[in-house]
Structures are given as structure tokens and as C-alpha cells.
Design a protein around this ligand. Structure first.
Ligand SMILES: Cc1ncc(COP(=O)(O)O)c(C=O)c1O
Length: 477
């Protein structure tokens, strides 16, 4: 039987404060009552109030100001509409026909094209030189270690750094709870290996990252694509109905700044999803690859932070923040840890020591926090400029996601526009974009594109956006 529970006290408190804000009693810029006052007034403990305020911060309603307290956020009036929420019935689908589209994916990273396609951060924004210096030093100081095999679970120093960082994710994981992997992709692969067999069905967000669909297809898994909201992520009622109708081996979610929507799952949705999954014994695979890239405020916690009984398997990597080419990812597999350490050993031992030690050293002494601050703000600015440029250049009604983190935009084009046609026209004009067809197992996102904002704003990018606007009319069916 599914577990049901009353909403925790802090959520009731958060909802009350949200109502005060919605009714205008508390207005943008107002300070919300201090934790002490709130705790006295409502006869709850100060940590409960703090939890309530953190939930409101996660919802984007209030913000913490250092040494001053919590304030109601100014809600900018955004004239742009969000992309439409998919209303497809979530049915199990085979991915047997998915791979042919993957031929397009190689174009997404083509350096000849204006890079609006691949979700790759520009090398200009990553600490390439610093990493190169660290790598040289690490090699010089540990010449034998870096040329030797490293057995699974992989680089101990990196696992220690991950353990330290996990405090920021709200998880408190020990170094022996991590496996170092070949990017998040291998972490997802191993996690799926632990919980699903060919022919099984896995729940995913819709739209979702095409690399994930490609991996599921490779593993002969079927998917149920669950409609997802541009702001709050996977629709929980749809998850609940799908779980009632069908046996599901796992669900995969990107609660922090999903790709392509950029959605941020509210804390209460995370709790409900965990309860739904735990009630049916379905493991959740959490991909937290964008978690470090919130545009404002603190990093959102990982969903794993709320996992009391080990049903969340956490995957992540440094591909979006440091060095995609180093292929450094990680997995905290809970009950599957030993089994997956063996699987990893059978596949490729513990991974290459040099990039792992280099990332470990960067995390420890390289100023990762400082680098992240700059990167997050740069992405925020690039995303905001791109939204404005698209709104100005694209004719007809265009709807654009409004991510609070990461660096991709999900754009709904006017009905009748064929994103695949636009993809080819754009490529002929020297521009790369990602057509919506790649982001779901069915053809439901034919008039959507994903635009990456991973490269510094430039006249070349501005001109490419205006060219895309002109090509839209020619892309109608
Ligand atoms: C949601 C998501 N997961 C995983 C990956 C792949 O990560 P990695 O390069 O670390 O294998 C990506 C890359 O775009 C992604 O967007």
C-alpha cells in the first residue's frame, strides 16, 4: 500500500506565509518575521521555522540576505509565457526507433557552427589553464600513482572531497559511499544496471535529456515519459497514475535545473515523490548534474537529502562546471554500492587517476566556490540576454522557459513550425540548435527547440538568434 502522511509542520507554516505574500499582506522587499518571532508566535521550534523559510526560498518566494534575515522577493513581471505543459497520456513506449535521431547529436557540438545546440559550457568559462597547471603538478608529485590502475570505487582523494561537498547538498555522505564514474552518463548506466533488466519500464521526465533516452534505448528499457512543468518539474499526479497502472523498475529525475526545462522541483514535491516511490518499492535515480548552477542564492539541496530509507541513488558529475572532457562523475548508490563497485571494476576499474586527482585538488585548493559564483552569474546573465533576444527576434507567439539555474532554454515555437526543418535550415546557415524531437520518445515536441546559453554573449550569437527568427517562417510544414 502507498504510504500516506500528513504534511509536516514546516510546510503548513510555509503555506501560511505564502498566503500572506499572495494576499499582499507581505509585499516584495518586506522582511518576513524573524525566526525567533515566528517561533514564539506559532509555538514551533526555531529549526521548524528555518525549514519553512528554506522551503519558501526553494519556491523562489523569499530570499535570505546575509546577516539580515529573509525578505519577500521582488517578482519581476515577466511578459514571456512559459512553454505549454504536455498533456500526453503517459504510456509505456519502446525506444527502439529512437537512435536514428542521434545522428543529429554529433552536429550539436560541431565547432564550425554557432553553438546554440549542445548543452556544453564554453571552454572560455571553464578554468582550463588552472586545471592544466594542477594536472601538471599532480603528475609531477605522483608520477607512479597517475600512470597506475586505480581500482573501484576510484580516487580516494576525490571521494573525500565529494564527502565534504555533500554537506552542501544536505546529504552528509561518507567517502566510502561514493563511486567515481566516467561522467554522469556512466553513473546513470550503473544505477540502471542495478535496478532494471531489459524489457523493464522506467519513468522519466518529459521533455528529458536525449542522452538519457539514448542510454535507456541501449539498455533495451521502455519508458513512460511523465509530463513536466517548466518551473516545478515532473507532474506528481501523473507519476501516481502511472505507478498505479504499471509495474515500474525505476524513475529518473533531475530535480535541480532539469535539462531541457531548467525546472526546480519544490521541496514538498520531492517529499511526495519519495513517499510515492518508497511506498511501491521503486528506486529513484537522481541526476544532480546541474545542482551547482543555481543563478541566485544557495545551491538547492539534492533530493537524496530527504531520503530516509535509501531509495534515492544519486548521480552527478563535473561536466557542466569544470571539465566535460575529464569525464569525472560520481555515484552514491546506497544499498547497491558494493554490487556496483564490482560492476565498475569489471567495466573499467576505478577510472583514470590523473583527471580524478586534478579535480580533487581543484575542489580542495583551486577556488571551486569562487569559480562557481562567477559561472553561475555568467549563466544567469547569458540566459536572460538570450530570452530577451529570442523574444525580440522570433515572430509569432513564442513561449520560453524561465530557469532559475543551468544554462539551457526550452522554447515553444508557433504551431505549424517544424523544429526538425528549422534544425536543418539553421545548420545550413552555420547555426546549431537542438530540435524538440530529441527530448521525448514520441514526436510531441515537434515545434519546440532547446537553445543553449553556455557561450559568452557575442555579436555572432546575437546575429544567429536573429537569423533563426528569419528562418522560422520557412520552417512551417
Ligand atoms: C541531465 C544530464 N545528465 C547527464 C549528462 C551527461 O553528463 P556527463 O557528461 O557527465 O556524462 C548531461 C549532459 O548534457 C545532462 O544534461
Amino acid at each position: 500500500m502507498p504510504r500516506t502522511s500528513h504534511p509536516p509542520l514546516y510546510l503548513a507554516l510555509a503555506d501560511n506565509v505564502e498566503r500572506l505574500i499572495a494576499s499582499g499582506t507581505l509585499r516584495p522587499g518586506d522582511r518576513v518575521p524573524s525566526v525567533r518571532r515566528m517561533s514564539r508566535q506559532h509555538k514551533v521550534s526555531p529549526p521548524t521555522v528555518v525549514q519553512a523559510y528554506l522551503a519558501l526560498e526553494n519556491r523562489g518566494i523569499i530570499e535570505a540576505r546575509p546577516r539580515s534575515g529573509f525578505y519577500v522577493r521582488a517578482q519581476p513581471i515577466d511578459p514571456l509565457k512559459l512553454p505549454t505543459f504536455s498533456n500526453r497520456k503517459p504510456l509505456a513506449r519502446s525506444l527502439a526507433k529512437f537512435p536514428p535521431l542521434m545522428a543529429m547529436v554529433s552536429d550539436l557540438g560541431n565547432p564550425e557552427l554557432v553553438p546554440l545546440g549542445g548543452a556544453n559550457p564554453s571552454g572560455d568559462l571553464l578554468p582550463a589553464r588552472k586545471l592544466a597547471r594542477i594536472s601538471a603538478t599532480v603528475s609531477r608529485l605522483n608520477p607512479k600513482a597517475v600512470i597506475n590502475y586505480d581500482p573501484a570505487p576510484g580516487c580516494a582523494r576525490l571521494r573525500e572531497e565529494l564527502s565534504r561537498r555533500s554537506l552542501e547538498w544536505g546529504c552528509y555522505l561518507q567517502s566510502d559511499q561514493f563511486l567515481i564514474t566516467n561522467g554522469a552518463t556512466e553513473a546513470l548506466h550503473l544505477a540502471l544496471h542495478a535496478v532494471a533488466r531489459p524489457g523493464d519500464t522506467v519513468l522519466v521526465e518529459s521533455p528529458t535529456y536525449y542522452g538519457l533516452l539514448s542510454l535507456l534505448s541501449f539498455l533495451h528499457l521502455n519508458v513512460i515519459a511523465i509530463p513536466s512543468h517548466a518551473q516545478t518539474g515532473i507532474d506528481l499526479d501523473a507519476v501516481e497514475s502511472a505507478l498505479e497502472l504499471q509495474r515500474v523498475a525505476a524513475m529518473i529525475v533531475v530535480p535541480n535545473f532539469s535539462n531541457p526545462l531548467g525546472s526546480l522541483m519544490p521541496e514538498e514535491n520531492r517529499r511526495r515523490l519519495i513517499a510515492l516511490a518508497a511506498g511501491r518499492g521503486v528506486p529513484i535515480i537522481e541526476d544532480d548534474i546541474y545542482g551547482d548552477l543555481s543563478h541566485e542564492g544557495d545551491r538547492p539541496r539534492a533530493m537524496k537529502a530527504l531520503d530516509a530509507d535509501g531509495s534515492v541513488i544519486l548521480c552527478g558529475s563535473f561536466s557542466k562546471t569544470l571539465a566535460p572532457g575529464y569525464r569525472i562523475g560520481y555515484l552514491a548508490a546506497g544499498p547497491y554500492q558494493d554490487q556496483l563497485a564490482q560492476a565498475k571494476m569489471a567495466l573499467n576499474f576505478g577510472g583514470a587517476p590523473l583527471p580524478a586527482l586534478t579535480v580533487a585538488e581543484f575542489l580542495r585548493n583551486g577556488g571551486y566556490g569562487h569559480h562557481l559564483r562567477t559561472l553561475r552569474h555568467t549563466f544567469r546573465d547569458q540566459v536572460s540576454r538570450m530570452r530577451e533576444a529570442i523574444a525580440a527576434a522570433f515572430p509569432g507567439e513564442v513561449k520560453i522557459s524561465a530557469p532559475l539555474g543551468g544554462f539551457v532554454l526550452w522554447v515553444e515555437l508557433p504551431r505549424g513550425v517544424d523544429a526538425l526543418r528549422l534544425f536543418y535550415l539553421a545548420r545550413d546557415a552555420g547555426i546549431s540548435i537542438a530540435p524538440g524531437h530529441l527530448f521525448a520518445p514520441s514526436a510531441e515536441f515537434k515545434n519546440f527547440i532547446r537553445i543553449s546559453c553556455g557561450h559568452p554573449w557575442s555579436p555572432r550569437i546575437e546575429a544567429a538568434v536573429s537569423t533563426l527568427g528569419k528562418l522560422l517562417e520557412r520552417s512551417r510544414k
